[in-house]
Design a protein. Structure first.
Length: 79
């Protein structure tokens, strides 16, 4: 994915930690999930892909489109 430019490795900054903490306290999700969503927002990502339904639900509330690779395979293949 890195070779194709579809993934980016980001450093964890104070700003990301602050944003993720806000998501944790508001949405009551795990810190790793909140950090993923905060990173996605920081990079203005269009979508997040996860089989975790809770994470996808929170992503939608954060205005991030979420897809489950098992349930949304056809939609993902068409992107």
């Amino acid at each position: 994915m890195a070779e194709h430019g579809s993934i980016r490795i980001m450093p964890i900054t104070g700003k990301l930690l602050t944003t993720s903490w806000r998501i944790i306290t508001r949405e009551h999700i795990y810190q790793a999930d909140a950090l993923q969503l905060a990173s996605c927002k920081e990079e203005e990502c269009d979508i997040v892909v996860s089989a975790d339904r809770r994470l996808l639900h929170v992503a939608m509330r954060q205005k991030i489109h979420g897809f489950d690779p098992e349930r949304d395979e056809k939609k993902l293949m068409s992107l």
